[in-house]
Design a protein around this ligand. Structure first.
Ligand code: IPM
Ligand code: MN
Length: 373
């Protein structure tokens, strides 16, 4: 029996291209693993009314980790229109499968390292090395949303909330409510992970990202929980910043920051910013990590217009493989893989289109694999 069981989830769009690239480097590393294909993606929404079918959930329940490519998402009306006729009008609602996976399996850490590999001409500056810890299951992603707003809810809010008065009396179909829900447990555990990481990796500082001056209830909770956790890690400096100011300061003084920790949506935003500072989405990798399962993916989406063209940069996915190796306890293989990626970038001979080159997805993967000999 193989040492690890890994779910292999290409999804759709360029997800298929980049997982083929991942296979090339994993073959070369000879990881002792069984890779099991899982159905996930837009075609399963169209054919079965579910982009993340039950059988795939069962697979995820039985593996050590998963590698995920990408999935196309479309707005509600477009999604409904592409459903097989028998599912139309049945009330099925499309929800992002990656968000569902994060919630169903309590993958509460979204870990997004953003490192400028030396010699990458896309680096904003050489030497940037940021790590984002994004809370991954709650906040504005909780899925508790109302459009139209039921009268019952409006009546209750009218009784309980003074500021809601500004909206009361609006017809329910003329406004919408998305709930930002954050729990004490959710805030504490993500911040704790950030501090644990900082300590284990001798990082300089942890910065709490929030908007507690305006979003008092939820971000106030996040900030207070973070400060309480920080008192358990007095060896690690901590500061905090509002999300808006954070985006400016990060661009201006990237070297003032190190580990960042944020609620879900701010973490989503800030991790794209950090990825762009080290080469863009072709370099952004991501781990969705829980206590029992972790799903690794490139942060970029499915880019349907490039699907099957083997054009996109697989480095994000290859770095996600590196994260998966580390998480499985295969740090030696992870370090070798990262070294190979860094070597290819430094050498500058193999470049995908985003890097100003003409090499394909698979050529890039082979260049990395060749350095693993
Ligand atoms: C990400 C993506 C997802 C998110 C989308 C595809 C639902 O942007 O992983 O950052 O918003 O979390
Ligand atoms: Mn995102």
């Amino acid at each position: 029996m193989a040492r690890y069981k890994i779910a292999w989830l290409p999804g759709d769009g360029v997800g298929v291209d980049v997982l083929e690239a991942a296979e090339i480097v994993l073959d070369r590393l000879a990881l002792d693993a069984e890779f099991i294909h899982g159905d996930i993606g837009w075609e399963f929404w169209c054919k079965e009314g579910d982009a993340l079918p039950q059988r795939t959930l069962e697979l995820l329940g039985a593996v050590d980790a998963a590698l995920f490519g990408a999935i196309t998402s479309k707005p509600a009306k477009a999604a409904e229109a592409e459903l097989a006729p028998e599912f139309r009008g049945t009330g099925l609602v499309y929800r992002s499968p990656i968000v569902r996976m994060r919630q169903l399996f309590d993958l509460y850490v979204c870990l997004r390292p953003c490192k400028a590999y030396p010699g990458n001409s896309l680096n904003l500056r050489e030497g940037i090395d940021l790590v984002v810890f994004r809370e991954n299951t709650e906040d504005l992603y909780s899925g508790v949303e109302f459009a139209p707003v039921p009268e019952e809810l409006a009546a209750l809010l009218g009784r309980l909330s003074k500021p809601f008065g500004a909206f009361q009396g609006l017809p329910g179909n003329r406004y919408a409510i998305s709930c930002k829900i954050n729990t004490q447990k959710g805030c504490e555990r993500i911040v704790r992970k950030a501090f644990e990481f900082a300590r284990a990796n001798r990082r300089r500082k942890v910065t709490i990202v929030h908007k507690a001056n305006v979003v008092r209830a939820t971000d106030g909770l996040f900030l207070e929980a973070a400060k309480a956790v920080a008192r358990e890690y007095l060896d690690i400096p901590m500061d905090d910043a509002n999300i808006d100011a954070m985006t400016m300061w990060l661009l201006k003084n990237p070297f003032n920051y190190d580990v960042l920790v944020a609620p879900n949506l701010y973490g989503d935003i800030i991790s794209d910013l950090c990825a762009q500072m080290v080469g863009g989405l072709g370099f952004g990798c991501s781990g969705n990590i829980g206590d029992n399962l972790a799903v690794f993916e490139p942060s970029h989406g499915s880019a349907p217009k490039y699907a099957g063209q083997y054009k996109v940069n697989p480095i994000a996915t290859i770095l996600a493989v590196k994260m998966m190796l580390d998480w499985l306890g295969e740090a030696e293989k992870g370090a070798r893989l990262e070294g190979a990626v860094a070597g290819v970038i430094q050498e500058g001979k193999t470049k995908t289109y985003d890097m100003g080159g003409g090499n394909s997805t698979l050529e890039m993967a082979r260049a990395v694999a060749d350095r693993l000999r």
